[in-house]
Ligand binder design. Structure first.
Ligand SMILES: [Zn+2]
Ligand SMILES: [Zn+2]
Length: 222
């Protein structure tokens, strides 16, 4: 199993400008520089979640081009945590009608309209249809679906399409993931990302650390 980002690179962060993060893009970029991150991708929730949850973030998506190297030498880019919508593998992948060039495929219970037992089919269909633009599969160990998820099938499909799966720091902080499914994922996956899924500045520092501690303690890395 290969960890794509063992260094100071975080590819899953939420902001208050575009979804439910507590801090603005400006605060995130400044803080990321302070704690030594070199590359970050701000991946806010898709429009489907924003609408469903009734959030009203004020950021204009057209402003994101201004952020590259504004405060420090961190490489900053913007993506979308796309939502799996149904068992056919339809996804919501835009914010304000703009699709980021870094798409995470995630399933959230509030947005997925079909039965939980359809989750494996949904992931596979989305991979078949959108693998060319999906960068990785976000938190597939989330307890909302884990009882029904055929992890082996999902990881096999991800491996076939060359898609990494995510070890998600926030799930350790919130203690809402299925550890058995995580172990299964780690034993089968060719590639994984380790990201914070930070919704505030503190998590930007702590949540990847917690994930790496788990990986070290369990001998998935040295
Ligand atoms: Zn998520
Ligand atoms: Zn997220």
């Amino acid at each position: 199993m290969n960890i794509i980002n063992p260094g100071p690179e975080d590819y899953h962060i939420h902001s208050s400008d575009y979804s439910d993060g507590k801090n603005s893009v400006e605060e995130i970029v400044k803080h990321a520089g302070k704690i030594g991150l070199k590359k970050i991708v701000i991946t806010d929730h898709s429009q489907a979640t924003i609408d469903k949850m009734g959030w009203h973030p004020h950021g204009n998506r057209e402003d994101i081009v201004d952020w590259i190297n504004k405060y420090n030498n961190i490489e900053v880019s913007f993506g979308v945590e796309a939502d799996l919508l149904d068992r056919y593998g339809d996804i919501s992948s835009k914010i304000q009608f703009i699709e980021g060039d870094f798409l995470i495929l995630s399933a959230h219970r509030q947005i997925f309209s079909d039965d939980e037992k359809d989750i494996t089919e949904a992931y596979i269909n989305a991979l078949v249809r959108y693998h060319y633009k999906i960068k990785f599969i976000g938190h597939p160990t989330y307890r909302d679906f884990s009882k029904h998820l055929d992890m082996k099938r999902l990881v096999n499909a991800a491996n076939v399409y060359g898609k990494p799966l995510e070890v998600n720091g926030l799930r350790f902080m919130k203690n809402d993931q299925d550890i058995d499914q995580l172990r299964k994922m780690l034993s089968l996956a060719n590639q994984v990302y380790v990201n914070s899924d930070a919704h505030n500045l503190e998590m930007l520092e702590t949540s990847r650390k917690t994930a790496f501690e788990f990986l070290k303690e369990n001998h998935y890395m040295d």
